[in-house]
Write a protein that binds this ligand. Structure first.
Ligand SMILES: NC(=O)c1ccc[n+]([C@@H]2O[C@H](COP(=O)([O-])OP(=O)(O)OC[C@H]3O[C@@H](n4cnc5c(N)ncnc54)[C@H](OP(=O)(O)O)[C@@H]3O)[C@@H](O)[C@H]2O)c1
Length: 186
């Protein structure tokens, strides 16, 4: 199984959320995320899952991480609760690690993704949101330390996206081709 972390962070402070919300609204960023992850498996924490509209993302198999054994998903045919992250190792297909911060950190520290799709937003944060800022600086430091950038910068709507591969990792060409084409095929 190839693991691909995918995030959009704010430049310099690496904030990905304020409270439960993403503090920007950039339709092209959501569309890029959809193109990359559609028809694939993704995993996310329970807080991030709850933030999806109607607790779903169409055309994706979602593995929701929660310690709560009784947690109920919105679509039992396509969404699955995982209480122990090690069980994700049984999945053969590529899996996209989609946040939030606790999940990115857990993977980067214990079971580092082979690939990172790093989107960096250069604009202002939404000032009307209240809640604690959530940042992934630890993950970004680990990315600079342990990964190599293998793509050019793709710039769109104040967001720069780059692709990184873990040093020494062997990644199937098909996976990288899919990600690259999904980034550029607007
Ligand atoms: N900008 C981006 O790209 C992006 C992407 C995704 C999310 N976000 C933002 O990230 C923030 C949410 O991040 P977060 O860290 O607060 O929450 P989160 O990672 O989405 O979810 C945390 C929950 O996941 C479960 N969990 C965590 N580690 C686990 C493990 N090892 N095994 C099983 N379950 C586990 C727990 O659920 P239970 O409490 O049910 O046990 C925990 O409360 C929000 O602001 C969201 O908007 C941003």
């Amino acid at each position: 199984m190839t693991k691909i972390a995918i995030w959009c962070r704010h430049e310099n402070d690496n904030i990905i959320g304020i409270g439960p919300n993403i503090p920007w609204h950039i339709p092209s960023d959501f569309k890029r995320f959809r193109r990359i992850t559609e028809k694939s498996c993704i995993t996310c924490g329970q807080t991030t899952y709850e933030s999806f509209p109607n607790r779903t993302l169409p055309n994706r198999k979602i593995y929701v991480l929660s310690f709560d054994e009784k947690y109920e998903v919105s679509d039992k045919d396509n969404h699955f609760v995982i209480n122990d992250a090690k069980k994700l190792c049984d999945i053969k297909e590529p899996i996209y690690v989609c946040g939030g911060a606790s999940i990115y950190k857990m993977f980067m520290q214990n079971d580092a993704p082979e690939v990172i799709v790093d989107s960096c937003y250069h604009g202002e944060l939404n000032p009307s949101l209240s809640g604690n800022p959530v940042d992934i600086t630890l993950c970004i430091d680990a990315m600079y330390e342990g990964y190599e950038k293998i793509s050019p910068d793709y710039n769109e709507d104040n967001v720069t996206t780059t692709v990184w591969v873990k040093k020494g990792a062997v990644v199937e060409d098909e996976v990288l081709k899919h990600i690259t084409l999904s980034i550029i095929n607007k």
